[in-house]
Ligand binder design. Structure first.
Ligand code: NCD
Length: 318
């Protein structure tokens, strides 16, 4: 058994309350799983359900892969055919899951901070289920953030002083929110770029907004974001959106790719829109970590789920 601090958490809904030591311990644990390290032996069954009320390919499958690798029993849940469509609240749905014997819920939902109702219980509420946030509206995306940190750490071995540019629809991106906050606390220098109308002054406390071409040749990490069209209802800039113009101004094309430093990496949480954020033929280029991020995601999610198993003493772990 390697000497790794094991993290214990009752829920995993945000990176904001995570201590830097816990972040480092989770990265180490995920790296250990990636090397083929043994998973903890569960002496009691653990039931988990994945409730994705917003679309997902990689996060949903990645969580399910992580759950199965850890030996959890996955109970299917299909929001399209659930009683949520009859007006049932997320709290009541969770109460049902809990009553049926489900121990953990992995939830993706369009409402920011949907999880508050499930973890800050009021008088006479007895819900006893662990919540792992797989993305809340434009709020947080802790598992994407943690797998991003793992990927950066794997490449550079540290965070201190790394220059990281977050580029794109920052206002509407939950990946950006989680990553800017944690990167700053880990000692990285954060920069922002992309359309100024999808940038907000409130991000100034994490980093500096710059023209993309001023950043390209100086950054260690170029983190590209998908334009969040589904969150643009009523936004006048949505009507004006032009994919070709966006690529020209804010995308990584061959010219910009060739200006990157030799060791610079490109990251993207996916899904990528080819020839918008990134030239389609650069998706599998040497610098692009897109596939690596997805591979790491399974191991990081194993570490995150394990932390909640320990925090709730599930499966006989403590
Ligand atoms: C991200 C998300 O859902 O926030 N995708 C993901 O989980 N990898 C980013 C996005 O959809 O643009």
């Amino acid at each position: 058994m390697e000497n790794i601090n094991l993290v214990s958490l009752p829920h995993f809904v945000s990176v904001e309350n995570l201590h830097v030591d816990e972040v480092e311990a989770l990265i180490k644990r995920a790296e250990y799983f990636k090397r083929g390290g043994a998973t903890p032996r569960l002496t009691k069954p653990v039931y988990v359900t994945n409730m994705f009320f917003e679309d997902s390919s990689r996060t949903h499958t990645s969580f399910e892969m992580a759950e199965r690798k850890l030996g959890l029993t996955v109970i299917p849940f299909d929001p399209a055919h659930s009683s949520v469509n009859k007006g049932e609240t997320l709290y009541d749905t969770s109460l049902i899951m809990n009553a049926l014997g489900v121990n953990l819920e992995v939830i993706r939902h369009s409402q920011n901070e949907y999880y508050n109702d499930l973890i800050n219980l009021k008088e006479h509420q007895h819900l006893n289920i662990g919540v792992i946030n797989a993305g809340d509206g434009s709020g947080q995306h802790p598992s994407q953030c943690m797998l991003d940190m793992m990927t950066i750490h794997e490449h550079f071995g540290h965070f201190k002083g790394l220059k990281v540019a977050i580029v794109g629809d920052i206002t509407n991106s939950r990946v950006a929110k989680s990553d800017m906050e944690l990167l700053t606390r880990l000692g990285a220098e954060v920069y922002f770029s992309g359309p100024s109308y999808w940038y907000s002054k409130e991000f100034d406390k994490y980093g500096k907004y710059e023209e993309l071409d001023k950043l390209v040749s100086n950054m260690d990490v170029m983190m590209l974001l998908r334009v969040q069209h589904e969150r643009h209802a009523g936004d006048p800039n949505e009507k004006k959106f032009d994919a070709k113009a966006y690529h020209e101004k804010y995308g990584i094309n061959h010219k910009r790719y060739n200006e990157l430093k030799p060791d610079t990496i490109i990251m993207h949480p996916g899904p990528i829109n080819h020839d918008v954020e990134l030239s389609g033929d650069l998706v599998e280029s040497d610098k692009c970590m897109f596939v690596r991020q997805m591979q790491n995601g399974v191991f990081m999610r194993m570490a995150m789920i394990e932390a909640v198993l320990r925090g709730r003493k599930l499966g006989g772990l403590d």
